[in-house]
Design a protein around this ligand. Structure first.
Ligand SMILES: Nc1ncnc2c1ncn2[C@@H]1O[C@H](COP(=O)(O)OP(=O)(O)OP(=O)(O)O)[C@@H](O)[C@H]1O
Ligand SMILES: [Mg+2]
Length: 453
């Protein structure tokens, strides 16, 4: 931590320098605004202590310059008795705090450390969320009865701090809803911190969530702030909660109950005040029955439940979603596609979208790129990625007839696999999904039966 002290009085500069040094804090001194400007351009400072009254450039003008240059470090304004009203104007100018001379050195150090820590935390959170907050402030689109109900619910829980569990198939908009809740909540000014439980290696998950103290284990060279702490004053979004290992589920439960966390290797529990939203595309109730998800944690999370229906059960939302997505792609790609032909639109609304809104997005992204007409045509829409429910059912019918024909089960199995692969143009992942088996099982079966595909 390095501090810049700006004061025209030599003895005050030296006094502050010495106090800080006693606490192990490094500092440089400048005797006026001009040399402060020079030093700020040469060196990274974690905070500035600036005297209000100085000959030449005064403290307020220096703060104004610092902010206009884009420096974001915290600033403490130092003023004498009787200058309090000036100090207040300094706060407006962009200082975070002020102290009055003569000051208590201990208090100065405490305030300084607090401000620097808060700033470090803010920087971290901004890094985490940079990619998602700037352009993607997405609104939750939909006018179907089920989506209206969800919007009502979101409005009703806005002023509460209740834990929310969002469920729904992949691509239905669980994260969109989570952000929506955050943006309409009392903590909307705070950070929205998202962690994808399934995306973090299991052995790192605990330290990601709880953070650790320096030296907590080999390799812990510095203190790490955990997600619970980062989300303080805001929302913590625990995405894919169904992937949480049982051993960690206990620990999460404890945090939710005690509203305190202890960093790994730490001793003092710290209060946490983040709102918790969890989401999963798994059937949690089923997982609870199977003993894969703790019942007590489930009840803790399931205080408010939002289940988002699949897109094929609310087809009336498809045109609205498609229009919104089109606008976004036009903007992002600099295209000017005006809309859809009525045939194209009716084709979209009758499609089943097993990948839900995400699939719709993928199809439209491709359409916008390849379309060379003002409106998207049927030919621009590549819906092969998914079969409609109707053909799906028809295939099943045929399979049944095959069985009654006296074919062996094995034949039927091989037949079914070939058909699925054929429908998905050899895409094994998709075919396996449709058949309800893992990709690996499918590949094994292909090898087992010598299916030359
Ligand atoms: N109602 C909606 N309005 C606008 N955009 C939506 C809506 N629902 C989904 N989307 C968009 O669809 C995509 C998928 O949404 P999201 O990531 O929230 O889904 P998810 O349910 O979290 O999926 P997964 O389970 O795969 O993580 C995103 O790009 C999102 O912007
Ligand atoms: Mg998601």
């Amino acid at each position: 931590m390095k501090i810049l002290i700006v004061d025209d009085e030599t003895n005050i500069r030296e006094l502050m320098h010495r106090y800080l040094h006693l606490d192990g804090i490094d500092s440089d001194c400048a005797e006026n605004g001009l040399s402060a400007q020079r030093m700020l351009k040469d060196e990274l400072y974690d905070a500035c202590l600036i005297d209000l009254k100085m000959p030449g450039m005064d403290g307020n003008s220096l703060i104004e310059w610092i902010r206009s240059e884009g420096f974001r470090m915290p600033i403490i304004m130092v003023s004498a008795h009787g200058e309090i009203s000036d100090a207040v104007s300094a706060l407006k100018q962009g200082a975070q705090d002020y102290i009055v001379k003569p000051f208590d050195p201990e208090e100065l150090v405490i305030r300084l450390k607090k401000l620097v820590e808060a700033q470090n935390l803010r920087n971290l959170v901004e890094n985490e969320t940079r990619n998602t907050t700037v352009d993607d402030k997405q609104i939750f689109v939909g006018e179907s009865p089920s989506i209206r109900k969800i919007k009502d619910l979101v409005a009703r829980i806005a002023e509460t701090n209740s834990t929310v569990l969002i469920t729904g198939e992949s691509g239905t908009g669980k994260e969109v809803v989570a952000r929506d809740i955050h943006n309409s909540s009392l903590v909307k000014g705070g950070p929205f911190v998202a962690i994808n439980i399934g995306g973090v290696p299991e052995n790192l998950l605990e330290s990601e969530l709880f953070g650790y103290e320096k030296g907590a284990f080999t390799g812990a060279a510095n203190r790490k702030t955990g997600m619970f702490e980062l989300a303080s004053g805001g929302t913590l979004f625990l995405d894919e909660i169904g992937d949480m290992p049982l051993s960690l589920q206990v620990k999460i439960l404890r945090v939710l109950q005690d509203k305190r966390i202890t960093r790994l290797g730490g001793t003092d529990p710290m209060p946490i005040n983040a709102r918790i939203i969890a989401a999963t595309n798994k059937d949690v109730e089923q997982m609870v029955r199977e003993g894969k998800f703790r019942e007590d944690l489930f009840y803790r999370l399931n205080v408010v439940r939002i289940s988002i229906p699949p897109l094929r059960e609310r087809r009336e939302d498809i045109p609205l979603l498609a229009a919104g997505i089109l606008r976004r792609f036009n903007r992002q790609m600099g295209h000017r596609v005006e809309g859809f032909t009525s045939e194209a639109l009716s084709m979209l609304t009758s499609h089943d979208f097993f990948g839900n809104v995400r699939e719709l997005e993928n199809i439209l992204e491709r359409a916008v790129i390849f379309s060379d007409t003002p409106e998207i045509q049927v030919e621009d829409l590549d819906l092969r990625g998914s079969v409609s429910m109707r053909t799906h059912d028809k295939e099943k019918e045929e399979t049944k007839i095959d069985l009654s024909d006296g074919k062996s089960l094995k034949d039927v199995e091989i037949d079914t696999i070939i058909r699925a692969l054929h429908r998905w143009e050899g895409n094994r992942t998709r075919a396996a999904q449709e058949l309800g088996i893992s990709r690996r099982t499918l590949i094994n079966k292909i090898a087992e039966n010598n299916l030359n595909l």
